[in-house]
Design a protein around this ligand. Sequence first.
Ligand code: N01
Length: 544
Amino acid sequence: MASSAAQETPMAAAPLDVAVVGVGLGGLYALYRLRRLGLTARGYEAGSGIGGTWFWNRYPGARCDIESLEYSYSFSEALQNEWHWPERYATQPVILDYINHVADRFDLRRDIQLNTRIASAHHGAADGLWTLRTTEGEVIRARYCIMATGNLSTPRVPDFKGIQDFRGKWYHTGLWPHEGVDFTGQRVGVIGTGSTAIQMIPLIAEQASHLTVFQRTANFSLPARNAPMDPERERDHRARYAERLLDARQTAFGVSGIPIPTQSALAVPPEERRRNYEAMWERGGTIPLLNCYNDFLTSEEANETAAEFVREKIRGIVKDPETAELLAPKGHPIGSKRLCLDSGYYETFNRDNVTLVDVRSDLIAEITPAGLRLAGGREYALDSIAFATGFDAMTGALREIDIRGPDGEALADAWAGGPLTYLGLMVAGFPNLFMITGPGSPGVKSQMIHSIEQHVDWIVECLAHLRSRGLSRIEPRPEAQAAWVAHVNEVADRTLYPRANSWYVGANIPGKPRVFMPYVGGVAAYRRRCEEVAAKGYEGFVLA
Ligand code: N01
């Protein structure tokens, strides 16, 4: 009897030291570091594979807009030296291969559980543990929880009337079918003209019989000038790897090889400025142009010099003047929304099978069984629709999980007026819960892997500190959090960023509080602050 009772109520597994939620680039690196610290850790991943963003976003043309030599883990020089990036900008499949290679090379898979979506995480006041429940009912207990849930991981399809009755097929770019989509011979509609759409549109245009692009806001895009990896460049990067890493740490965006600008765009004669912009346009990439002068993101006048340069380029490329004018962005400063990077985007609008439709002056009223209808009555017959309509950014993935602190308070309620964090790493009232590249951190305004590594290193060193002192609890003081939130806002308010209706302020989600979420003081200042806090015995945190 005793033995059968024991079988019916199996012993609960010993709590983990750390539960890691999400195994993209952030979660994977956290697992690597935690194991080396000797902590028990397990990663829970909703997908059937690891990779996060690079697992889900399989739309045509998906590739990184940061150069591949920079967009790599830096924690292992051996890894860096043995991995060859075939192109200047890596495609999604290559980045996904890289992430899988890292998991195998460092034997991380045994700590990863796939197909596991965390539905809730509750902190127990009595035992001081986090209890996580999966959508399948599995219960996981852990002393610490690291939310590596990503910033652009909650895809959003606008609530268009009629979508369920559409007779064709529709897709969101962030949930693209693994087997790909063949648009050959189809009338395709793309809704949205952000970074994703701008990468995808040239490729869909090559397949579709007709492509209609529905644009609400024109975005600034610069040419990528993608090319096969230059062996000389790769050799040089490897030879000066440590130096480059240090260089990246001194910058705003965590990308090396870009001199920190010291001059105002307005301090140089217009011809010289133009020569500079031309050189950056020819060089390709977004960061060189944004770093030409030091006041693009603080002075409207300086910003306008670059904005108008790009508008002129668009007018020069796009043959139909009306289409060119629609594509020339107005109403937000260049760089205040994520600057896009393209390969032949503007040129695509010179094709006979591509039409641009302005859905700002005439909004999308509904999806019909046969296509799409605008409020003014115009109708478009479509076989397929690709929604490149973005994500519930930065807070979406965290708010989707029912996260509750020891007194039962829900994170969603604590953040009802917008996210509140200390250093973008923790939230007052939610002990032992860390975030990677969360709101209030420079994550999304930097080379993501740079910030991921910095955040994870800080968290792991913090856990080592707690362990060495026999402590097991850390939580921000509300006043430290309030001061950090004020600082994040104050820094943003000195810039032009808040002027744009971007996902940085949640403008793409109806009803989302308009709060500027990322820290735009740069990765160097942020790293200094994090190091200072740690050096002062985790100033602003309560340790117990
Ligand atoms: O999403 P977005 P994304 N009716 O939110 C439009 C990263 N990324 O997936 O601007 C009509 O930028 C919306 O219009 P508007 C990068 O950080 C990186 O393109 O709201 N249109 C907009 O045009 C990027 O910033 C890479 O007026 C509607 C578009 O949909 C982030 O992901 C590659 C609409 C959404 O644009 C998100 O980019 C790709 C409606 N009801 C992406 N609702 C890299 O290379 C929305 N839109 C690393």
